[in-house]
Design a binder for this molecule. Structure first.
Ligand SMILES: [Zn+2]
Length: 291
């Protein structure tokens, strides 16, 4: 049975916003293959908190393939093998939610959580976070890089195998009486966005409504390449909603890069703190079919 450690980084609080994946294959008591890929999330809305953790910016993933494209290479191994993840509920949640978001029915997956393995084999008062356990075991890695995190996760499982004298990782599960969890295939469709703040969902829904005044008056402050500050304003015109920017290109009526970035959900140069309004804007423009 293929044993693969898996780690995702996400762009924001949504489970279907994976922006990086790391994998580490185990065979014969050691890590035999490591891979990591950047992923373009469904939209380029990155939460500052997530960026602080993994350092991945919208510009890093703008031209990368989407989730199903990246994962196609790895899904057969993941579906037929045993997945290891540190806090596996999160990574399996990302895997399934992201496939479903693209209309791909998730296959059944079997997994073991290395947090639970570490709690049984390497307990300590400081807890069993990935960085803490790796430090206790002398595993050297760069935390919060998906490929490195997957590698550390695999090494923790291997250390537990050696510590307990189990023959391999599946045998470790029996030794520790820690059963392998299997999540069945499906569902076919994306679950409702329940991990999205209710207020944002409600605002986005209102903005997507038929009334053209619902989101008129959205204002954004953005930083230009020269450091200048520009204002982007959503206006309702007779021919539909229009985004006006105060930069030179915008004043000449051209679709400038500031407007483009906001429509992409890219908040890299957003100076105003109304990040949620970027999603409102996106939903509104999508709903009216004006790009
Ligand atoms: Zn502009």
């Amino acid at each position: 049975m293929t044993v693969i450690a898996l780690d995702f980084e996400t762009a924001n609080e949504r489970r279907d916003s994976a922006c990086a994946v790391g994998l580490a294959w185990i065979a014969g008591g050691r890590v035999v293959r490591r891979e990591s890929r950047l992923i373009r999330p469904p939209d380029l809305r990155f939460s500052p908190g997530n960026i602080r953790v993994h350092g991945i910016l919208p510009a890093d993933v703008r031209d990368k393939p989407d989730f199903p494209t990246v994962m196609a290479e790895f899904l057969p191994d993941l579906a037929s093998g045993l997945i290891l993840a540190h806090n596996a509920g999160f990574d399996l949640g990302v895997l399934r939610a992201s496939l479903a978001a693209y209309g791909v029915r998730p296959p059944a997956f079997s997994y073991l959580c290395t947090v639970q393995i570490a709690r049984r084999v390497f307990p300590a008062e400081e807890g069993c976070g990935l960085g803490k356990v790796a430090a206790r075991l002398g595993i050297r890695f760069a935390h919060h890089d998906a490929g490195e995190d997957a590698y550390a996760c695999a090494e923790i499982a291997l250390a537990a195998v050696r510590e307990t004298g189990a023959q391999d990782v599946p045998a470790l599960s029996r030794t520790l009486r820690l059963p392998i969890t299997t999540v069945p295939a499906g569902p076919d469709r994306a679950p409702p966005p329940q991990d999205q703040p209710a207020s944002l969902t409600a605002r986005a829904r209102v903005a997507a409504g038929a009334r053209p005044t619902a989101s008129a008056g959205l204002h954004f402050a953005v930083r230009g390449s020269s450091g200048n500050r520009y204002a982007v304003t959503l206006e309702d015109r007779s021919n539909g909603p229009h985004l006006r920017c105060t930069c030179m290109a915008g004043r000449y009526g051209t679709r400038c890069r500031h407007v483009k970035a906001l429509l992409d959900g890219d908040i890299t140069d957003l100076l105003s703190s109304n990040h949620a309004d970027v999603e409102v804007l996106r939903v509104r423009m999508t709903a009216t079919g004006v790009g």
